[in-house]
Every structure is written in structure tokens, then in C-alpha cells.
Design a protein around this ligand. Structure first.
Ligand SMILES: [Zn+2]
Length: 320
């Protein structure tokens, strides 16, 4: 009998990328459900939000930036610590980037679990790490903020904000107040599963409501197309909220009933599959998502660290 591989390891189809203009200052680099990046162009410099997974993969984004501006890429922002978002950073540093910026929570997670996360993510989803040999190691921030910081890129004001926990405890959004444009990282997803293996599921819905109350008119989610109207932004927030609340409610029910993780997987599927069964990377995410939701429902507040070994163990126990 052959062992069932991670759903993602059989996922080999390259995605088409798009560089979408949101305003004179803001662009979305999206990839049909693969991880997105964002670009902010100020009067004197450029900011990249999420670097792509490797320096090799960063190059096409740098080429897009060069097609619209010659200004220096000065700032790299990490929406959170996940390898697939941040390991391309050295490509921008080579281009002259001066600051790599993260929240305190993100910095703490890199210290605590960056190495394990890098190894685990690369083994889970090889397609997302094209040119992985070009990664020089972990990406370390050069600048860390507690709750928010403001950067003036010439006259353009940009806020980097940790508005609450969700996808991770360090989630950071980039916000252009004058244009109400938001780059949310994986705090918001659209048309793709939310990966919640390192999430704070209980807090996530409230953080989404805090974001909604800011009144974003355009939003670049972590995965999926750029959301270009207030109605689309609300739809993306609602979608993400439904995903995480359905997941946690299912896990809480299972834990209250004394069910095992494997039984919880089956009962959560009954709630999730009808709504989300068809979305991108659902089968990849669900075992990790249910495992974290089951832990959180069992009182484990701080997500356990995923290692390449724990990934395999979990996957085989749920598929067996
Ligand atoms: Zn992530």
C-alpha cells in the first residue's frame, strides 16, 4: 500500500500571476490562489509587502515594479512569519532595500519557530518554493514595531498595524489611510482555504471586525484576487470569518463530545465541505486546520510548533 502524500505535493500546476493597479500608489501581485504580494509606491521609494517564497520567485515581481517606477525599493514588510511569504527577502536587499519590518509578535515567532517552519513549509508544498536553493536562510526583520508604525514615503502616509491576532499572533496589515487601501496578508483570504495551523481562531473574527470598521475600499488578501470595491472587501471578510468560525465551532463540538482528533476531522468535514470543499488548497489545509482547531478547543492557547516530522505524523494519522 502506498502512503498518501500531502495533497499539496501532487499540486504541480504553475499559477498565472497578475500585477493589478489599485491606485497610482498601490499594486497587487496575485497568483490564482497562491500567495499574493503587495506594492506601495510613494513619492521617493517603494515598499513591498510579502516578498514571495524565494529570491528566484521575487524576480518577476521586481521586474513588474521596474515596469512602473525607477524609485528605490526601500522597505520590505512581513505580514507574518510564514516561510512562503518572507524567504524571498534577500532579492530586495540585493536591490538596495534598507529595512525589513515586522511586528513584535512576528519577530517572536521567527525566534521561536522560524527554522522549523521553514523546513516544514518547504517539504509540505515544494511547488511554492521554486528556486529554493537561492534562499540564504531565515529572513530577520531589521525594524520591529509593537502595535503600529507610520512611514512617510514622501507625502504618502503608510501605516503598518497589528490590529489583533488571527492567522498568527503577529499579523500585520499595511494601510494607506488617504486611499483606504489595505494589504491584509493571510488575515483575509478569498476563494482559497484559510490555513489556520498556527492561528488564534478565537480572536480572528474580532480582528476581522476591527479591519472592517476601518472601512477599507480596496483590499489585497493573502490569497485570491484583489478586492476592488467595498462590497468585494466585505465579501472577503465575511468569507474568511465564516471559514474560521465554522471550523472552530465544529472542533469545539467534537471536543465537548469527547471525540478523538480523527473523529473531529470527520465531523468538521460535515460542516466545512458543503461550504468550502471546492475552494483552492482546501484539502491541503484542512488536516492542519482541524488539528489546530482541536488543540485550541482543548485549551491549547499557543499553537504547537509544526515540524517536518509532526507534519508527516499528523497527515498519516488522519488519512489512515
Ligand atoms: Zn501564512
Amino acid at each position: 500500500m502506498s502512503e498518501k502524500k500531502f495533497a499539496s505535493q501532487a499540486d504541480l500546476v504553475e499559477k498565472k500571476t497578475s500585477f493589478v493597479k489599485l491606485s497610482d500608489n498601490a499594486y497587487a501581485y496575485t497568483a490564482e490562489g497562491d500567495p499574493n504580494s503587495g506594492v506601495i509606491i510613494g513619492d521617493d521609494s517603494v515598499m513591498v509587502i510579502d516578498t514571495t517564497a524565494t529570491p528566484v520567485m521575487a524576480q518577476p515581481l521586481i521586474d513588474h515594479i521596474r515596469s512602473v517606477t525607477d524609485l528605490p525599493i526601500k522597505y520590505v514588510v512581513m505580514s507574518h512569519y510564514h516561510a512562503v511569504r518572507v524567504l524571498g527577502a534577500s532579492a530586495y536587499v540585493k536591490e538596495g532595500a534598507e529595512q525589513v519590518i515586522a511586528s513584535r509578535g512576528t519577530y517572536e515567532l521567527i525566534v521561536e519557530r522560524g527554522e522549523q517552519d521553514m523546513k516544514s513549509e518547504i517539504e509540505r508544498f515544494p511547488r511554492l518554493f521554486a528556486g529554493v536553493e537561492s534562499v540564504p536562510g531565515l529572513t530577520w526583520p531589521t525594524m520591529v514595531f509593537d502595535s503600529e508604525m507610520t512611514i512617510f514615503m514622501g507625502k504618502l502616509e503608510v501605516k503598518l498595524m497589528h490590529i489583533g491576532m488571527g492567522h498568527t499572533k503577529g499579523d500585520t496589515i499595511a494601510w494607506i489611510p488617504s486611499q483606504k487601501i489595505c494589504f491584509s496578508g493571510d488575515l483575509v483570504e478569498f476563494g482559497a482555504a484559510a490555513y489556520t495551523g498556527d492561528a488564534q481562531l478565537e480572536e480572528w473574527p474580532q480582528t476581522l471586525e476591527t479591519l472592517r470598521a476601518m472601512g477599507p475600499e480596496k483590499l489585497v488578501p493573502g490569497r485570491g484576487p484583489a478586492l476592488l470595491t467595498p462590497a468585494e472587501v466585505n465579501e472577503g471578510i465575511d468569507y474568511t470569518k465564516d471559514f474560521v468560525t465554522t471550523l472552530l465551532a465544529g472542533a469545539r463540538e467534537a471536543v465537548a463530545a469527547g471525540h478523538t482528533l480523527k473523529e473531529a476531522m470527520a465531523s468538521v468535514r460535515c460542516l466545512m465541505d458543503p461550504k468550502f470543499g471546492q475552494v483552492f488548497i482546501y484539502e491541503h489545509c484542512l488536516p492542519f486546520d482541524v488539528t489546530r482547531a482541536y488543540d485550541e478547543a482543548s485549551g491549547i492557547k499557543h499553537p504547537r510548533i509544526w515540524t517536518a516530522e509532526r507534519d508527516q505524523e499528523m497527515w498519516h494519522s488522519l488519512q489512515a
